[in-house]
Structure formats: C-alpha cells, structure tokens
Design a protein around this ligand. Structure first.
Ligand SMILES: [Zn+2]
Length: 182
C-alpha cells in the first residue's frame, strides 16, 4: 500500500522547494509526478519556490475531485498549499494512496495567521501515514511554527493570501505580537 504523507512547516521553511526536488527526483528516473497547487494562490498554473525553481502544475480548488483524475502512468501525486484542501479531498487522496497504490505527498502550513488549524492540515494530521516537519526559525532564534500577519487588511479570512504579508514566528513571539503574555 502506498503512503499518504504530510510535510508541514511555517512559511518560508522550504516546503515548495522540497516538493519540487521530489518532482525532479521522479523525473530523473523517467517516472511521472503529477503536481498540484491551490487555484487561489495566484500561481497561474505554476508551482514556484523562493529559490527560483518552478514547474508547471495543475490547480485544485475546493470543488475539485481528485478521484476523477486519470492517474495512469502517474508515479506520485504531489500537492502544494495542502492546507487549503477540504476534508473530502484529503479522504480522496487517502483513497488514491490506499486503493490505487500511488503515493501522495502533501505540503502545507499547520496554522493560519489567526492560529486556526487549516481544514486540509487538520484532516492530514488525522489521516496521513507519515508526518514530516520542515523547520525554519523565528527572528528570536527559536523554531518558527506560526504565521504573523504584518499588515492590516480588511479581511479576517484565514485565506488572506500573499506571502509578503507574513513572517514566520515562534509561539512566544506570536503571542506577544498579538497582545498576549502581558
Ligand atoms: Zn520567536
């Protein structure tokens, strides 16, 4: 049985870089990866990381069905921005791993800037065979686990997108920046 794997970390920890490396590894062996990113993320059919690497990718939105995919000749399914998956979609990806025997590797954030666990991440924490953490650091030197929004916008949505609006911080710094720990 193939595995469903969730790799999580704060912003800028290198999740997309890591995923693109995995895609390259499959490519170099003559095996076909199928790469997805979230439609809302302004990535226009392309997955790119901050180190400047990119590759064309398919897009998913909340209505997308992974079970409708033609996966013949696909060796692995790779999902970037997996925090935006729905519960249903995570179950579908579990089915692809278990019933079609194709590994599925998801990459995403753990919590939103409001410290809410994303739906996709929550489902993946519950269902994945394997959880992997990619670490990055807060400016204080501790491990960064959360996102702090650095600018005020009118939306309180957890999906207020745009990586330049956020910094990755540890919980202690997040609490202090958000009025706790006084
Ligand atoms: Zn800190």
């Amino acid at each position: 049985m193939a595995k469903l794997i969730f790799t999580y970390g704060a912003m800028d920890a290198g999740k997309t870089t890591s995923m693109l490396q995995v895609a390259h590894n499959y490519d170099s062996k003559g095996l076909t990866p199928r790469v997805f990113t979230y439609r809302g993320c302004d990535k226009a059919g392309e997955c790119f990381c901050r180190l400047g690497v990119s590759r064309p990718s398919d897009m998913f939105d909340k209505e997308y069905s992974f079970l409708a995919l033609d996966l013949s000749n696909v060796a692995v399914v790779l999902i970037d921005e997996a925090q935006f998956l729905t519960n249903r979609q995570v179950f579908e990806l579990g089915e692809i791993a278990s019933c079609r025997n194709i590994p599925v590797m998801c990459y995403g954030l753990r919590t939103s800037w409001q410290a809410h666990v994303f739906e996709g991440s929550s489902a993946l924490f519950g269902l994945a065979d394997e959880l992997r953490e990619i670490r990055t650091i807060c400016s204080c030197g501790k491990k960064a686990t959360m996102a702090h929004r650095t600018c005020d916008t009118t939306t309180n949505s957890d999906e207020d997108l745009g990586q330049d609006k956020y910094i990755s911080v540890c919980r202690e710094c997040w609490l202090k920046l958000n009025g706790y720990c006084r």
